[in-house]
Every structure is written in C-alpha cells, then in structure tokens.
Unconditional design. Structure first.
Lengths: 311, 173
C-alpha cells in the first residue's frame, strides 16, 4: 500500500524556518485525533490510501518568524495505532468484506494487497490484520466458484495462520492440483496440499503419479520374466538337443522318429519363446525402469503461493 | 549391440526349428520320420528336397524297337529272347536294379541283372531269356520284381517294385 504523506504546511514553515521541517521520529507517539494532528484523506482504491497529515498547528500558518526557532509542535505518527486499525486499513477491510459475497476474487486481492504492502504502517499492523483477513479469506473461499480462487484464498489463510495441518486446505489444493493441465504445476500444488494435510489421499496419489516411476513394478516384473524365460530357454534347448542326438544316434521306427522330431520341435519352440521373453523382458524392463521416471520440475502456478512463505 | 543380440537369438532359435543337426540313420523308409525317405547312403532325406527312385515295368517286347506290351508270344520248347523295359518315375537315379522273374516252372524264365543306372524320368531295357518246355501250355503270368539295393548304406536295405506280364505259348515249330 502506498501512502503519500503531504506536509501541507511544512513547506511554508520550511520556507520561513527550515528548522521546523525536522524529520518524523518513527518511534514517537503523536496524538492521532487532536485538532490539526491528523488529517487523513482515504483513497478509494484497493489497498491504497492517500494520507494527508499536517505537521503543524493552524496558528503556525503565515505567522511571523520568531528567533530562536521553537521546537516543533508535532510528533511523528506511530506505526501502529493504540487501538484497532488505521482508518485506511479498516476501510480497505470493510470494502473487501462488502465484496466478498459477490466478488470474492476482488476481495481476496484486496486483502492480499494489504498483506503484501511494503508500507511500514501497514506492515506494522499486519498482526492486527491477520485474524480479520483469515476470516475474510475463508469467506471468499466459500463464495468462490473457481477452484483456482478457492485454492488461492485458502492457501493465503493457511499461510497467515502459520501453516497448521488443515484438511480443508489440503482437499482444496488437491482438487485444484487435479484440475491443472500442467503436470509440473499439478505436482507443486499436490505437494503443497500434502504440506497442509499429509494424509490427503488424492494429493498423495497425484504426487506419486507425477514424481514416481509408475512403470517400476512392471519393469521389475519384466526383468523377472526375462530371467524365467532365459532359464526356460536354456533348459528346453538342452532337452531339444538331447532329442536331436537321440534321433541321429541310432535307427528308430517311424513312430519313434516322429515322436523325437516332434519333441525336438516343441522344445525348440519353447526355447525360442523363452529366449524372446528373456531378451524382450530384459530390454523392456531396463527401459521402463530407466526411462519410466517422470521428469517434472514442480512449478507453482501463477496464483500460488498466495503469500510469501517467510513472513 | 542390439543387432548382435537379435542375431544370437535368431541363431539360437533356429537350431531346433530346422533340420536335425546330423544325419538320421535308417535301414528303410519305415525307419525315417514322416516326410523323409531312406536314401542310398542309409540316411533319411526330406521328401521336400528329393524323392526316392521308383521303377515301373513298362512292358515286354520281342526287340529293342518294341512295341512294349503286357503280353509276349513265344514258341514252346525253344529258347527265346525278349526285351523288358523299366521306367524310373521317381526323383533319384535307380542304380543297378536287379530283376527277378517268377512264373510256372515249365516256363523256364530266368532272372536278369540290369547293369546300368536309370536316371529319373528315363527308361532302360534288359535282355531276358525264356526256355519253356514243349509240354508247357499258356498263357502264363510272370511276376517281375525290380529291386534296388543300397550297398553304400550302413545297414543294407532293398527297395523293391513289382510288375507282371503274360507269356502266350505257341506250338513248338
């Protein structure tokens, strides 16, 4: 949130006596509602405000210059009000509340802007903003019709709450992850969901599907089949060779010779199939195990994380 | 590497799918597997690559010129010579077939030895003598056995074929 402070009278005072234009002390506690102490002009934009704060009393204006210069009669604004929120922040929250039912996305953006504002006054009031913001984000998540917006609102509320275990957030993120078309983004959101709820089955399933080799079991099965096939090939090749030797070793009757020829062919066929299984299984198994790993680099979608992790 | 693997696999598989690695010994067609025949050297050959010799009796005639028929007329009580024609309708050469004639004793037929090789699809003739008794009456049937021996085989066996012709006897001159 940008706050522009105009020292309306400081300029004239400075012209008269530059010593009056001393910088505000950040730690000082000025009266926030005394006459002439604070003149605030609230901006209407989302999370933005325009503050006009006077630096001197009205009777200082246009008066003669006396020497020595008096000590300034204003005190710098405190970062945090003594109670509640600054009016501009309160107004931004109220505006977001008014929008949340009908325009949840804009309401979420409004409160996220408050959270992301680098302005020191806003930053200092984050703690006071936290509870109403979380409440508003949950309301926005309920009102939202888009999984992306729901995920964003709940993710932000979850971060603001200190990232506790939250099955609702986990479920929303997992559902959103399932709908993302980009596997890399889906993987990132699924892992985010697991962070919120490690027991979420859908998120676990998505994480496994997108980061683990789904073909590993099949690959090892093929390697096992390759071993069986190779052993079978060797055994039946030996049996076939025995029948061959018997056939060519001595004279047999036609029936015996036919039986030996048949056995030899059958053994040869089994050996061939076994060898094929051995070679195919080995190549297939190694291929699946080696090349079956998905190589998705988890990538956050544009709307997540809704807030920076370190806050 | 992959090509070598495939070649090894094919070689390995082919070993037991084709013909036996060695010769299958035999002592006759009946000792060979179905689809094989027993060759001259006593080993089985596949019928798809070759076939055995087959001898058929074409007929008999008074001279080489023919005509060769299933009947011949000879005078009784006289020694006569005639020609016997064989045809090799098989796929391999018929090597030195021996011919045995068997008829009534009074007919006086003798066996013949065919001292030649009959190539597949070709024919050959053998000279045969007949010496019927004067008392012999016809017609008489003569059984012809044509045998092919396998002298080169480890175990000898004989491939035999049969035929017949009729001898009509005319009165002695």
């Amino acid at each position: 949130m940008k706050t522009i402070w105009l020292a309306a009278t400081a300029f004239s005072l400075a012209l008269a006596n530059p010593a009056h234009a001393a910088p505000r002390h950040p730690k000082a506690s000025p009266p926030r509602s005394t006459a002439g102490g604070l003149l605030g002009l609230q901006g209407g934009g989302s999370g933005s405000s325009l503050g006009l704060r006077s630096l001197g009393a009205p009777d200082d204006l246009g008066g003669p210059v006396h020497a020595p210069a008096p000590a300034p009669r204003f005190r710098p604004l405190a970062d945090v009000p003594t109670s509640g929120l600054d009016p501009d922040l309160q107004a931004a929250l109220d505006a977001a509340r008014a929008q949340v039912a009908t325009q949840p996305a804009q309401a979420v953006q409004r409160v996220l802007d408050l959270q992301l504002s680098p302005d020191r006054f806003t930053t200092a009031q984050r703690e006071q903003l936290r509870a109403p913001t979380v409440e508003l984000l949950h309301a926005a998540a309920q009102a939202s019709r888009s999984p992306a917006q729901t995920a964003q609102a709940l993710d932000a509320a979850w971060v603001l709450s200190g990232k506790p275990k939250d099955p609702q957030v986990g479920a929303a993120l997992a559902s959103y992850a399932q709908q993302l078309s980009s596997p890399a983004e889906s993987l990132w959101v699924a892992r985010r969901a697991l962070e919120a709820d490690p027991s979420n089955a859908l998120a676990q399933s998505l994480d496994e599907k997108l980061s683990e080799n789904r073909y590993k079991t099949l690959g090892y099965s093929l390697l096992g089949a390759a071993v069986v096939g190779t052993v079978a090939a060797l055994v039946f090749y030996s049996l076939g060779k025995s029948a061959d030797a018997e056939l060519t070793g001595s004279v047999h009757s036609r029936a015996e010779a036919d039986a030996l020829i048949s056995k030899r062919k059958t053994d040869g066929l089994i050996a061939t199939v076994g060898l094929g299984l051995g070679i195919g299984g080995y190549l297939g198994g190694v291929g699946l195990i080696t090349f079956g790993n998905p190589h998705y680099q988890p990538t956050s979608p544009a709307n997540l994380p809704a807030l920076p992790e370190a806050r | 590497m992959k090509r070598l693997t495939i070649l090894v696999a094919l070689a390995f598989a082919g070993c037991l799918q084709g013909s036996p690695s060695g010769d299958i010994p035999c002592d006759g067609d009946e000792s060979c597997p179905t689809g094989f025949w027993c060759g001259e050297v006593g080993s089985c050959s596949e019928l798809t690559s070759s076939s055995p010799p087959v001898l058929e009796l074409v007929g008999v005639a008074q001279s080489d010129e023919g005509p060769f028929q299933s009947e011949i007329s000879v005078p009784a009580g006289t020694v006569s010579g005639f020609e016997l024609k064989l045809q090799n309708t098989g796929g391999s050469e018929a090597v030195y077939p021996s011919i045995t004639l068997q008829g009534p004793d009074c007919l006086g037929v003798d066996s013949a030895y065919f001292n030649a090789i009959i190539q597949p699809g070709e024919a050959g003739t053998a000279d045969v003598e007949i010496d019927p008794d004067a008392s012999c009456t016809g017609p008489a049937s003569v059984e012809v056995t044509m045998a092919l021996d396998t002298p080169g085989a480890t175990q000898h066996f004989t491939r035999s074929f049969t035929g017949s012709f009729t001898v009509n006897l005319t009165p002695a001159p």
